[in-house]
Structures are given as C-alpha cells and as structure tokens.
Design a protein around this ligand. Structure first.
Ligand code: NI
Length: 169
C-alpha cells in the first residue's frame, strides 16, 4: 500500500494462451502460495493487467474457511444481483499484517475468461463472492481500506486475532 501501481486501472488482456501469460500466472500462483493467500491480482506484483487468481482448499489449519475452487479469471465483469450487503474481515497481501471489516455484496454474478480464452460465468455468494470483489477491486485501484465504513474495525492481525493463522487476499 502506498505504491502508485496499486492505484491504476488495469488493462484488458487481448492475447490468450501465450507464454507471457503462462509466466505471469506462474508468478502469481507462486506468490499466492508463498504468502498463504486466498487470492491475488496482477497489479499486486506490478503487472497492470486484468488478471486475478483465487481459491481456498479445505485445510485443517483453517477449519472455518469456505472452500472456493481455484480459479484464474481474466477480464472480469461483476454484476450486482441485489442490494444485500454483508460485513466481513479482510486482509490483503498489499496491506500486510492488518485486518479490516469490509462491507461487500453477499451475492454476485461474474463473467470473464480463463487463460485459454474460454468463458467463465458464475453466480456465487458469501466468501466466494467476497474474494472476487476484493480481487477485482485491485484491477480498479481500490484497496479494501477504501471500502471500510468504520476505521475502529481496522487493526493489526496479531492484536485482532491472536494465535490464529489468517489468510490474506
Ligand atoms: Ni488484496
């Protein structure tokens, strides 16, 4: 946070199934795994393209985590389905060591394409919807603190959640 590359609108990907795209996705997967993240957007590693990855497997270290299938989502569009919002704690690999309470739409539809250019069209809710909203915000220069309504619910992970292992987005 503070790096101006996180505040840009990312550019659309216009070529699929290329070595450059494969290399970017490998970098993103490696970064997400090394940082124990639930998701990552290309601008977080300095690449100004509309590419996000996310996914959470069932894991005994995070018994409460909702499973989200590993997904590469390129050129995404999010569609609001209704007005219902839900508050939830979020963290971000670009805001290390912090957590904040963020309102998100509880349900949404998203479309985009995979690395081969095949269409993706899903309607999701709860944590899956939250992760998608968080990652796609990165493509428009929005970090989760900018979505917060109550800065009293913003703090250090180790203070808010002592002795817990927490995933970041
Ligand atoms: Ni993030």
């Amino acid at each position: 946070m503070g790096d101006s590359r996180l505040l840009r609108v990312a550019e659309l990907v216009d070529r699929f199934d290329t070595p450059a795209l494969a290399e970017l996705l490998q970098d993103m997967r490696d970064t997400m795994a090394a940082e124990n993240g639930a998701g990552l957007a290309a601008p977080q590693i300095g690449v100004n393209l509309q590419v996000v990855i996310f996914g959470v497997e069932q894991n005994s270290r995070y018994p409460d985590a909702e499973e989200v299938p590993f997904t590469v989502l390129i050129n995404p569009t999010l569609y609001q389905l209704d007005e219902e919002m839900e508050d939830g704690w979020e963290g971000c690999l670009s805001v290390p060591g912090m957590r904040g309470m963020v309102p998100r739409f509880k349900r949404l539809r998203y479309t985009g394409v995979d690395p081969q250019g095949n269409p993706i069209d899903r309607t999701v809710s709860d944590f899956h919807a939250r992760v998608v909203q968080h990652e796609c915000d990165h493509l428009y220069g929005v970090l989760y603190p900018m979505r917060m309504k109550d800065m009293r619910q913003f703090g250090f992970t180790e203070v808010l959640f002592p002795n817990q292992e927490i995933m970041d987005e």
